[in-house]
Design a protein around this ligand. Structure first.
Ligand code: HEC
Length: 147
């Protein structure tokens, strides 16, 4: 009986320590979120993750283009194809979730929201990293539109 009590005491100390560690982790994560997680610039993200399909200049002729069954979109024509307005929200959604695009649905284009979350780390930090990366990329794509 005495042994059981002892065990119980040890158990709850461990539990308290674990709980404290979890709380501390949360605090660190939210402090980082407030300070805004640092991400590479839009052009750097684009070169690293998008250029192999969409081409270094975004026109859709990256080295992977030849082996894809769906040709990567010319990302410099989005504004022109949309009557002269850049559809910022739609583009952010496509980057984040893959959109309802055949090429994306077939996994020819990865769902970047998820990829960036994993790159940014677990929990809140990954979420913030992903949001910021999508914003940077969307702004970069907006900056390369043909007028
Ligand atoms: C593995 C190849 C591949 C990679 C890597 C890739 N894409 Fe794509 N993407 C495609 C294909 C293919 C399409 C066209 C799908 C279609 O037309 O059905 C497309 C379409 C798009 C569209 C839609 C364009 C429009 O006119 O509506 C956007 C926006 C886009 N990609 C952004 C990106 C961004 C940003 C990245 C990097 C984070 C990226 N893509 C990486 C293959 C890729």
């Amino acid at each position: 009986m005495a042994d059981m009590k002892k065990l119980g005491a040890v158990g709850s100390t461990t539990l308290t320590a674990a709980l404290a560690a979890v709380l501390l982790n949360c605090q660190v994560a939210s402090a980082e979120t407030l300070a805004q997680v640092k991400v590479p610039s839009g052009v750097e993200l684009f070169r690293e993750h998008c250029a192999q399909c969409h081409g270094a200049d975004g026109t859709g002729d990256g080295p992977m283009a030849k082996i894809l069954t769906v040709h990567p979109a010319n990302l410099t024509m989005i504004e022109k194809n949309n009557g002269g307005t850049f559809p910022a929200e739609r583009i952010a959604e496509i980057i984040r979730y893959g959109g309802n695009i055949q090429g994306h649905g077939e996994q020819q284009m990865p769902i970047w929201g998820k990829v960036f979350s994993l790159e940014g780390g677990s929990g809140k930090r990954g979420g913030a990293y992903s949001r910021r990366s999508v914003i940077e990329l969307k702004s970069y794509i907006e900056s390369i539109q043909q007028k």
